[in-house]
Each structure stands twice: as C-alpha cells, then as structure tokens.
Write a protein of this length. Structure first.
Length: 211
C-alpha cells in the first residue's frame, strides 16, 4: 500500500511530502474499520498538539479527513458494514471530494453558526479571512440562512474570488454584501462594518484564527 506522508527536516523548519510503501497492512482489530480512501482533505497538522501527547513522529500520514468505502470491519463493529460509503454515512448525491472537504471546516463553520451563535434571517455576520476554506463555507451557510455577510480578505486575488462567489441556484448575486480588503491598509474594519450596517454593527463575528 502506498501512502502520502508529511515529513519535517532535522531543523524543524522545512516541511516536505513523500510517498511511502507499506508492505503489510495492520490486522483489523475488534473495534476498528478498514476504509479504502476515495478522497482526503490536506488540513493543517498541529505539531505542538502531537508533541504534547507524545505522538510526534518522523513521518505523519496526510489526509486525516477522508471519504471512502468500508472494506472490512472488526468483530465488535455493528454500525458499519462492508461497502458502506462513509464520512459518517456519505449521502449518495454528495461527491467524494465534497464530503472529504467539508469534514473539518464544514463542521466547524456549521457549529459556529448554528450552535454557538444561532444565525437567523436578518442578522449580519462578519467572516474574517473570507476566502479561506473555513470562510468560504461559513459565508455560504450564513447566506443560506438569510444573513447578511461581510468578509475580510488579505489579497486582491482573494477579493476577486469572493466577488465571483454566487449561489448555485436562484438569483446570481454575490454572496458577500461587502468585502473589506485589509491588505491595502486603506480601510478601518470597525468603520467599514458600521458604514455597511447603518451604524448598527454586526451580530456575529467568525474568526478561525488561522487554523
């Protein structure tokens, strides 16, 4: 079996990716599930966390958020069966790439909007770094719930991307009511938000903090 692994050099600064062959696959234990990966997301690896829990290794597998098909189950597994399409249970209408890509940032954005801040029609949501994977999903979820979205970006390329972001169905109008480009240093975030909301300010601020 060939896999893609993350490798850090001896200085701890440079990061590279290598393919490694694994001759023998581990035996499926009682509570384990073996999955054939169809797609994976290349998410950030938290080196400090892995070091703290004594799991830092020379080679770390890439793609911890996966979508795939169950090949084999352990003796004590009852929820999954061979041939199941999984990311939990993947809906048939959702592609492998879409399902893998939404595991991390999709769940975080959904939790932030629906369980922590309770977004509702008419609210105004400020999404920091709107062109990031987290930001793009958050913008779409907030707009779908009827919220007005303001987003920050840090480059002209990100601004252009958000300007082109429109609903897949219905009226083709931008999902973001106002894009604040912080790379230029010309705009004050607070003043821009107050101007866009008529002095009321925003109801919800989402900031993934670069994670």
């Amino acid at each position: 079996m060939k896999g893609l692994y993350w490798q850090q050099d001896s200085s701890g600064e440079e990061i590279g990716f290598v393919f490694l062959e694994k001759a023998n696959l581990p035996v499926v234990r009682d509570n384990y599930v073996k999955v054939q990966v169809k797609a994976c997301a290349l998410s950030r690896i938290d080196k400090k966390f892995l070091s703290d829990i004594k799991m830092m290794k020379e080679f770390l597998p890439v793609g911890r958020e996966i979508a795939g098909v169950v090949l084999e189950i352990g003796n004590k597994v009852s929820f999954f069966q061979p041939h199941d399409e999984v990311v939990a249970h993947k809906p048939e209408k959702v592609s492998w790439l879409e399902s893998a890509g939404t595991i991390r940032d999709g769940v975080r954005a959904y939790t932030a909007l629906h369980y922590l801040s309770y977004v509702s029609p008419g609210t105004t949501v400020l999404v920091m770094d709107g062109a990031s994977p987290f930001g793009i999903i958050a913008i779409q979820l907030a707009q779908h719930r009827g919220a007005k979205v303001i987003a920050t970006v840090y480059s002209s390329e990100d601004r252009q991307y958000l300007e082109r972001l429109t609903p897949s169905v219905g009226i083709k109008q931008p999902l973001v009511a106002r894009i604040i480009d912080e790379s230029s240093g010309k705009y004050d975030l607070t003043e821009s938000c107050l101007e866009e909301t008529g002095g009321l300010g925003v109801d919800i601020i989402l900031d993934a903090g670069g994670l």
